[in-house]
Design a protein around this ligand. Structure first.
Ligand SMILES: [Cu+2]
Length: 177
């Protein structure tokens, strides 16, 4: 998938700078639990480019059975909210490449059916196990500036590790209440 390749190239540069501060605040319960995807980029001439694509929280504490509204406020590129194993989180820029070559970034990208060029994936929702978000491999694509929703079916006490397979520094988790 061309987009992912480009993403890695851009990010290799982007992460040369310190990661931007991301709110570590935890969501409080609201009537419409949501995950917002935020963006923005900047550069310093002859120094770096900084990409601030991110989930709006590091930790979402949500009740089992909740419908999660996901909203992207970034134009241009899609995102995914994907459940992965903690061990599959890239921890370095080189780790992004591993994620694309043999980790969930590549595997889920194929499962979603992202085209080589631009265009929507053939399978925006990949579900493993029972319906909803409850286990590794569950994944939803959110279009540029798009929305989506998914039911949190994981049982109370579970933690789901989230990753955007297109921008694999986007890492957060859901703690199920
Ligand atoms: Cu993303």
């Amino acid at each position: 998938m061309k987009r992912r390749t480009l993403g890695v190239a851009a990010i290799a540069v982007a992460t040369l700078t310190a990661a931007p501060a991301v709110s570590s605040a935890v969501t409080t319960s609201t009537s419409k639990p949501k995950i917002d995807i935020l963006g923005g980029a900047s550069f310093k001439a002859n120094r770096y480019i900084q990409d601030r694509m991110r989930f709006n929280k590091d930790v979402y504490r949500l009740k089992s059975g909740t419908t999660i509204q996901i909203r992207s406020k970034t134009p241009g590129e899609p995102h995914t909210v994907s459940v992965v194993r903690r061990a599959d989180y890239p921890k370095t820029v080189k780790g992004f490449e591993t994620c694309f070559m043999k980790g969930p970034c590549g595997k889920l990208g194929e499962a979603h059916g992202f085209p080589e060029g631009d265009g929507p994936p053939t399978t925006p929702l990949v579900n493993t196990g029972k319906a909803g978000f409850d286990r590794t491999g569950d994944s939803i694509v959110i279009a540029p500036n798009g929305k989506g929703s998914v039911k949190l079916t994981a049982a109370k006490g579970q933690t789901l590790q989230l990753l955007c397979i297109i921008h694999p520094w986007m890492q957060a988790k859901i703690v199920v209440k």
